[in-house]
Design a binder for this molecule. Sequence first.
Ligand code: AKB
Length: 345
Amino acid sequence: MIFTTFALANPNINKNPQGHFGAFLEDLPMEKILIIGAAGQLGSELTRSLAYQFGGEQVIATDLRDSARFEFDYCRFEVLDAMNKEALHDLVKEENVTQIYHLAAVLSATGERNPKFAWHLNMESLLFVLELAKELKLDKIYWPSSIAVFGPNTPKINTPQYCVKEPNTVYGISKQAGERWCEYYFQKYNVDVRSLRYPGLIGYKSLPGGGTTDYAVDIYHKALAGEKFTCFLRADSYLPMMYMPDAIKATLDLMNATRESVKIRSSYNLSGMSFSPKEIFESIKKHIPGFEIEFKPDFRQAIADSWPNSIDDSCASKDWGWKPDYDLDAMTVDILKNLPSYFKF
Ligand code: AKB
């Protein structure tokens, strides 16, 4: 068996970016990791953690935008359109890729503006990846699902792993169908595909793009810029949320879990914290007393209203030991401390 030690030698990735390390380097077999949509909100942080874990030489970050290249000085970068089946096939084959993290997707709010495109991109690109995994017998696939799989008829409090799901956004419909495809490819073709239903993700290292939960990122930028924040959701709109270091930890823990311990092959419920716009505002105000907010709900309110308030993630805890580290106030302290070194205010 070949082992990787590059991460220890690479000065660009000599510290753990998330304060978390899913496995010891010495114990890791040589893997080649491809990330599709690496420059997105989740990808830009997850790619760095994967490079730390496996070594920068073992990681190929890809994105549609060539301008994202400069972000990936610690690993290889290639321009790749997730819809270009041939280019994806060639890259995976030529580079002997063993694992794919397929993160490219159109999110909830953007999806409602162009439903057919959202469906096309979200579904077709997943099917390309699953087919490729089957054909080339790849080791593992990661594909993110979302709380958007739930709908207005889902129980709202402590939403269980198994319950009614009638999503009414195209994003949610595509994630629900994607979950069924993942389980199908696992059962029929033995593809080791793993997935998490992320709540709203909140990070400070990059800007989010087109989600309903994105107000909870934007609010920190406005607070630090000394500006009044206009919230597109109601003050009492509770949603499940998660701080990015927890999301990275959950993803690595799931991907490093033994095959046998991963019992759910659609997607795992995952919970970090739940809060309303009023509560995040109050959490920030403890540090920036002059901060002001106004509420002007728009079309995204209907999307938020169709999603759960809180999530039961006991299956993830039982199967592979999931436990979040951050609550709202701990996240606020961390973001207010670190965000100014990433963005100028
Ligand atoms: C969105 O708001 O669309 C995403 C999600 C909850 O999946 N952040």
